[in-house]
Design a protein around this ligand. Structure first.
Ligand SMILES: Cc1cc2nc3c(=O)[nH]c(=O)nc-3n(C[C@H](O)[C@H](O)[C@H](O)COP(=O)(O)OP(=O)(O)OC[C@H]3O[C@@H](n4cnc5c(N)ncnc54)[C@H](O)[C@@H]3O)c2cc1C
Length: 240
């Protein structure tokens, strides 16, 4: 019996810069009328390079939709093949992938939750929050905090979308946080952990969804555990 995973084809429909080094990509899957997945999952993109088949995981940055589309949010990694290949991909180009994969997904029943992301770690959190907030029967009026950490204001990807969601949903609290000096910035400052600590203290009845690079994920996970949170309440996706 073959255990080969079916390979699908994604056509790049739209490529939009989010900052100098980051792109928002919208794909359509050619083989299916509807591409189904759970918000927070990832796809494995494939491309030959130097005679080898390269595979890289990318979190889906959109919620499941009624059609065959999905979004990615990714940044150029210095000297990295795949991230630069995707950032340079022309609209209309095709790429092979398999998936969806992964267990980074919303828990059920949904509870008050912290969504903690830095940089492109916002990708799966965007999909989860858009899915949750689209329907009262999904969010059940629970409170959600998005603590989104970046260096500079210009790196707050999807900022207008999150501001809009916060205006529409009083139970959704958007806390953008900058770690570098930004003159005129009146929002959160410093590392996401400082804000997580304030929100998480004495609240072990919540869940946390953490996504980003290793050091940030581990720092937040350890912080929550140190505050007495059950490890089953702490879900995370590491990009490295
Ligand atoms: C489950 C999963 C989901 C992922 N989802 C995303 C996503 O939504 N968006 C995204 O941009 N990346 C994501 N990544 C990272 C992605 O798979 C690649 O590692 C990244 O694009 C670098 O690949 P590369 O071939 O360009 O460079 P490589 O030569 O493979 O990587 C060089 C180094 O870059 C570091 N690195 C990895 N990811 C990043 C990053 N995002 N920013 C800065 N440095 C990084 C790693 O330490 C790695 O060793 C995800 C990884 C995993 C495991």
């Amino acid at each position: 019996m073959s255990h080969e995973r079916p390979i699908l084809t994604a056509r790049l429909v739209r490529s939009v810069p989010l900052s100098g080094e980051t792109k928002h990509l919208e794909f359509a899957v050619e083989e299916v009328p509807r591409f189904d997945f759970t918000a927070g999952q990832f796809v494995s993109m494939r491309e030959p390079h130097d005679g080898r088949e390269m595979t890289r995981a990318y979190s889906i940055a959109s919620p499941p939709r009624a059609d065959n589309t999905f979004d990615l949010c990714l940044n150029r990694v210095l000297d990295g093949f795949f991230s630069n290949f995707l950032c340079d991909l022309a609209e209309g180009a095709r790429i092979r992938f398999h998936g969806p994969h992964g267990y980074f997904a919303l828990k059920s029943p949904v509870r008050d939750s912290l969504f903690i992301g830095t940089g492109t770690g916002i990708a799966p959190l965007r999909g989860m929050l858009q899915w949750l907030l689209a329907d009262e029967s999904r969010h059940l009026g629970r409170e959600f905090w998005l603590i989104f950490g970046v260096r500079y204001e210009g790196d707050l990807y999807y900022n207008d979308e999150f501001l809009q969601l916060a205006r529409e949903h009083p139970t959704f609290h958007y806390l953008p946080t900058l770690s570098r000096e930004n003159p005129g910035w009146t929002g959160g400052r410093g590392y996401v952990q400082e804000h997580v600590r304030r929100l998480a203290q004495g609240r072990s009845d919540m869940d946390a969804y953490i996504c980003g690079l290793k050091d940030m994920v581990l720092a937040n996970r350890d912080l929550l555990k140190g505050l007495g949170w059950d490890k089953k309440s702490i879900l995370y996706e590491r990009f490295d």
